[in-house]
Write a protein that binds this ligand. Structure first.
Ligand code: PLP
Length: 383
């Protein structure tokens, strides 16, 4: 087998599309005005931000004035959770419901709020990483001010029943936020139909550059500001907009939804075939749901294999993958997501996340299908 370079870490970040990179260069090198400035260069930049807002609204089924650009998923999550908590506290409501499998951008924000007088309920998923709407309903209290449940998990790809959860929240008049950082640009999202109050998005997960994201805020909901300063974005998110990245986000999201069903059909089939082959390896276990999942994300544990060593040898074989979320790589702690799903600690330490994109080729899948079992056997032989 001839050595290839294969990028299979798209849940961590994606390659900017050609259109996104081109758009970015235009606003870096030519139309670099400040979008708040009145001169023609400024107006051009301002129009670029507006166009991106329109593209984002169209792609995600929201109103244009419901889109607020941020620096990425982490800021969007912080804004949604802290903002809703502040609104709750003003009414004497200091209880938040979230899940044990959220990204740290939500979990650590909740941890911060716990230190400031809030109580947080962390719902546990089933063995496939699913949370049920009935669990949310069961955890509701008269002082619940926010429910935050992700649309798709970043480590195992499992999809959560966010539409049903939104319904439960609406009935109880409790704000609902969903972290759709892994879902936006990957599965169909219609903000209005979903019925969420807030939805987080991050550009670098769908072929836009890093450093730009969005928070969709339902019109009528006046969320307290996270960033204070200038009057950008109608006074609700201060700070000069990252015009090149925002314009590229609009382009990339438009591209992502234009042929989503074709791309997804192909990716789902290729990842399922790959899963079947990898699961033939002795001691291999699938983590996550096999149907209710992101089309391009696969998580498999190999008994008797340490995740970090697996990644190292795969890297030497030209395969860039991950053992969990990128933000925790470098630490050898087992993934909080897998532990919450009931995966034993030793097995969680031997997990491999392979995540693909619209640019992944059948040849790359074939290369991984051959290389991973060889590397796993080699590691087992080294014990
Ligand atoms: N939420 C989820 C589910 C994620 O996967 C990530 C990034 O991995 C984030 C939030 C944070 O997004 P960003 O890297 O844009 O800050």
């Amino acid at each position: 087998m001839e050595k290839m370079t294969v990028y299979a870490d798209n849940a961590a970040t994606t390659k900017p599309s050609a259109a996104a990179a081109e758009t970015m260069m235009r606003y870096l090198t030519e139309d670099y005005g400040n979008p708040a400035a009145v001169c023609s260069m400024g107006r051009k930049a301002g129009r670029a931000v507006l166009a991106a807002r329109e593209q984002t609204a169209k792609a995600l089924g929201s109103r244009v004035d419901e889109v607020y650009f941020t620096s990425g998923g982490t800021e969007s999550d912080n804004w949604a959770v802290k903002g809703a908590a502040e609104l709750g506290a003003a009414q004497g409501k200091r209880h938040i419901i979230t899940t044990a499998i959220e990204h740290h951008a939500v979990l650590r924000t909740c941890g911060y709020l716990e230190k400031h007088g809030f109580e947080v309920t962390y719902l546990m998923p089933d063995e496939y990483g699913r949370i049920a709407a009935s669990q949310v309903e069961g955890a509701m209290r008269s002082d619940t001010c926010l429910v935050s449940v992700m649309a798709a998990n970043n480590e195992v790809g499992t999809l959560e029943p966010v539409k049903e959860i939104a319904e439960v929240c609406r009935e109880r008049k409790v704000l609902f936020h969903t972290d759709a950082v892994q879902a936006a640009g990957h599965i169909p999202i219609d903000f209005r139909e979903l019925g969420a109050d807030m939805l987080s998005v991050s550009g670098h997960k769908f072929h836009a550059p890093k450093g730009a994201g969005a928070l969709l805020i339902r019109s009528g909901l006046i969320l307290p500001n996270l960033m204070h300063g200038g009057s950008q974005q109608r006074g609700r998110r201060a700070g000069t907009e990252n015009v090149p990245a925002i314009a590229a986000l609009g382009e990339a999201l438009t591209e992502a939804v234009s042929d989503m069903s074709e791309v997804n059909e192909r990716l789902f089939r290729l990842t399922e075939e790959l899963a079947e082959r990898l699961l033939r390896t002795e001691g291999a276990h699938r983590n996550g749901h096999s149907r209710e999942r992101l089309p391009g994300t696969l998580n498999i544990s190999f008994d008797g294999v340490e995740g970090e060593s697996l990644l190292l040898l795969l890297d030497m074989a030209g395969i860039c993958a991950s053992s969990g979320s990128a933000c925790t790589s470098g630490s050898t702690d087992p993934s909080h997501v897998l532990l919450a799903m009931g995966v034993p600690s030793v097995r969680a330490k031997g997990s491999l996340r392979l995540s693909f994109s619209r640019y992944s080729t059948p040849e790359e899948f074939e290369y991984i299908a051959q290389a991973v079992p060889q590397v796993v056997e080699r590691l087992k032989g080294m014990r």
